[in-house]
Design a protein around this ligand. Sequence first.
Ligand code: ADP
Length: 498
Amino acid sequence: MKQYILAMDAGTTSERAILFDRAGQLCAMAQEALHLDYPHDGWVEQDAAEIWDVQLRVCRRVLAEHGIRPEQIAAIGITNQRETTVVWDKATGEPVAPAIVWQCRRTAAQADELRRRGLTETLRDKTGLVIDAYFSATKLRWILDTVPGARRRAENGELLFGTVDCWLIWKLTGGRRHVTDASNAARTMLYNIRTLDWDADILRELDIPACMLPEVVPSSGIVGETEAALFGCALPIGGIAGDQQAALFGQACWQPGEAKNTYGTGCFLLMNTGTAPVRSGNGLLTTIAWNIGGTVEYALEGSVFVAGAAIQWLRDDVGLLEHAADSEALARAVPDAGGVYLVPAFTGLGAPYWDAYARGVLVGLTRATGRAHIVRAALESMAHQTADVLDAMQRDAGLALQSLKADGGASANDLLMELQADLIGVPVERPACVETTALGAACLAGLASGFWESRADIRRTREAGRVFHPQLDAARREAQRAGWRRAVSRALGWAKPE
Ligand code: ADP
């Protein structure tokens, strides 16, 4: 009887159930969209009950549609949208409020208040994070402050908090397990990534009752079994990781200095920095990559706000493209961008510039500039911004990047991959299986259940993807990077009031 790992991928806009076999092959998938609600400007919420219903439905569907019996599932791995905050009643399992989604800005003022109280350095040291409404802490605080009776009930031990992984596991185990893993805990801004405990000082500062927080368990390890009634037999849950960390694991970035980049609307970069947390001098986040067998590994995390979104902009607003994928052929029509640089600082610039007043610029135009040059400059802007973050990570960590693992929608663009390799001077590897997030969760669960014996065993299953080697010599690379930095200098501070 063929065995599989069932990966649950609880994303922000959709949830998926994916089956992987022992050869690491993706054998079956079911997916369903999730609703997002925007009740006020800047607010983003979801129905936690729907998050559970949809996840259960896609799991049942993937088994039914492919004729797979529950006994064929060796273990379940869970990966999830991070930071999103759910609070529910311990007795009834009813959420007491809509889930507050990571993107939600409703607690921006609370985050400002924490900064005003001088907590920036303390929180940075303890949690590795830069104070922001993005993380779960202020979202949880908001629910306790605004839902009638919530604080009293939480103090009485009647309410539970969890990120989406935790909520799903609580539902899967019929309320028997209230757990999260270290990679998810590290995104709450309540968890001390050095002592590996919920931080009593932070809980006191934020007035959050410790009794509502989950137990933090390893990212790979059997944490419980599903209620037998859900799938027809009890299934072990063996892996948990936040989506970006799961992708880092799925991309086999298991050594310090190995990094992955997800090329989507924005870019999400993570670099494995080994068993000690690295403090960034460039505003990058320090986070837990995973805890396996009691060994915690850390990562530096950075993001690019506008990456594939620059291509979307050229398509939808400027009208230079019909489809995003056309950008490749068009940009290949010219040998280079002809000295043109696009800095898509539409909403300011993040790491390592951190300038909220930066705005987009298109520079270096001449009478010879055509559509193809501008499209090529947009692709180059994704690669340059990624190179900026990677430069910062290497400086922070004192590690030299050996190669970059790529995934995400825009990684399908071969020219982008070539440009990226040229601009960072190391190979870019795009795996055969681009479902790296689900694969990462499956690997964590598979290691826990003995489905795979070791990471080496997993590595043997990997099909070679495609490797893009740098073609540019160091002098030309540096010239292009210097041109980019000059272009960025034109973008900085643009919207700052005089
Ligand atoms: P997300 O998960 O962030 O919604 P995806 O991983 O689906 O994004 O990637 C979609 C983004 O990638 C869009 O911004 C789109 O413009 C860009 N994109 C998709 N395909 C290509 C391509 N072949 N070349 C360049 N950009 C692309």
